[in-house]
Design a protein around this ligand. Structure first.
Ligand SMILES: *Cc1c(COP(=O)(O)O)cnc(C)c1O
Length: 388
């Protein structure tokens, strides 16, 4: 059985976790700040706020940017549901901007057209959440220019993309956004079991997110309301927050994993380059890369266009799965989920995203995928497309 993605855990990772387990602090100790600093300095961000998932990070990022009832948040339909759910947690309304036919990322052309319409209707978004699909950055310079023009904030959902870069800078440095979010779920580039992080250049946004992650509580006396000298007051809850904390066991795994990120990314790029070369003569569409972007290759999506090869996506999916090659589907457009249909979205809302959904299959790509396992995948794909 070959999955589409999986973690790689080394002896050093295990030792790092055991060391925390033997220590006095398994949560709220020194490891979480150490992991935050390590990720922030790797990406060139000023602040990192570690949490228990990217979903939580997206939620507190929206709250820090004061998303609430009456606001609009826009994202890509070609993503995991969490990119849209975060707005709903805040009571905001969500809308979707269709994807580009080549990059499968939020289309700048569609975004621009939709902003012009929304401006006339007085429904401009407060926050736009571009998603770096498969690890390839969106066209952030253009999206940032639109943010300046129309006055929205930007959260990059970079759950797929730690280690990828855009215009020669690692994703997460906040050059074209307010907050960037990473996921450390085991299928992603590095893992903490479950976990996520929000990065920002803004001390104020970092402080807000730190509070939201831990009940809205502060233990910094300078931030507290004054109390009579005679009362003990070691913390105060200033607003309504959550328990979204990452623990030190997870953070130790994260610190250890981060040390291998360059090898992880290099291996993923090698695997992608070999697929690109091996499939060049097949009636398959391999992932196109924007010249400004160097993908982390969280995913390797291929498009099966029935009009080119006479084979349907579903036939390909079923055939591969029968051979224990656990290819996957990324993604059903978020608005096609029953929850979003109940909000009033209907099939056909974003045509490019639907075309992609009906043609895409993600092939196995992960650090531990061996050359011979990749050969097995390649042979199965070649056999399928040439034996017709
Ligand atoms: C995985 C993922 C998330 C959610 O990450 P969790 O850490 O599992 O909460 C959000 N957005 C995208 C694009 C993802 O792929």
């Amino acid at each position: 059985m070959i999955p589409y993605g999986r973690q790689d855990i080394s002896e050093a990772d295990i030792a790092a976790v055991v060391e925390v387990l033997r220590s006095d602090w398994i949560t709220q100790g020194a490891m979480v700040p150490r992991f935050e600093q390590a990720v922030a300095s790797y990406c060139g961000a000023a602040h990192g706020v570690a949490v228990n998932s990217a979903t939580s990070a997206l939620h507190i990022a929206c709250l820090a940017l004061e998303v609430g009832v009456g606001d609009w948040v826009w994202t890509s339909p070609n993503t995991f549901v969490a990119s849209a759910n975060c707005a709903r947690y805040c009571g905001a309304q969500i809308d979707f901007v269709d994807i580009d036919a080549n990059s499968y990322n939020m289309s700048v052309t569609c975004l621009e057209a939709k902003l012009a319409t929304a401006k006339r209707q007085g429904r401009l978004p407060k926050v736009v959440i571009p998603v770096h699909f498969a690890g390839q950055s969106c066209e952030m310079a253009a999206i940032f220019a639109l943010a300046q023009q129309y006055g929205f904030k930007i959260i990059e959902d970079a759950s797929h993309a730690i280690g990828g870069s855009y215009q020669q800078r690692l994703i997460g440095g906040g050059h074209y956004s307010d907050i960037t979010v990473f996921s450390f779920h085991p299928v992603k580039i590095i893992t903490t079991g479950e976990g996520g992080m929000a990065l920002t250049q803004s001390a104020m946004l970092a402080k807000r997110m730190q509070r939201y992650r831990s009940h809205g509580i502060t233990s910094d006396a300078s931030e507290m309301d004054s109390r009579p000298e005679s009362e003990i007051c070691n913390y105060q809850q200033m607003n309504l927050g959550f328990n979204y904390r990452m623990n030190d066991i997870q953070a130790a795994l994260g610190v250890s994993q981060l040390q291998r990120i360059d090898a992880f990314i290099q291996r993923r790029r090698e695997i992608a380059a070999r697929y690109d070369a091996e499939f060049a003569d097949l009636p398959l569409i391999t992932p196109w890369q924007h010249q400004d972007s160097a993908s982390s290759y969280h995913l390797y999506p291929v498009r099966v266009r029935q009009s080119l090869c006479g084979i349907s996506q579903k036939q390909f999916y079923t055939q591969m799965r029968q051979q224990q090659l656990l290819v996957n589907l990324h993604y059903i457009p978020v608005y096609r989920q029953p929850y979003y249909q109940q909000l009033g979205f209907s099939a056909g809302y974003c045509l490019e995203s639907e075309a992609f959904y009906h043609e895409t299959i993600s092939l196995p790509i992960y650090f531990k995928l061996s050359d011979s396992e990749q050969s097995q995948v390649i042979e199965a794909v070649r056999e399928f497309f040439t034996s017709g």
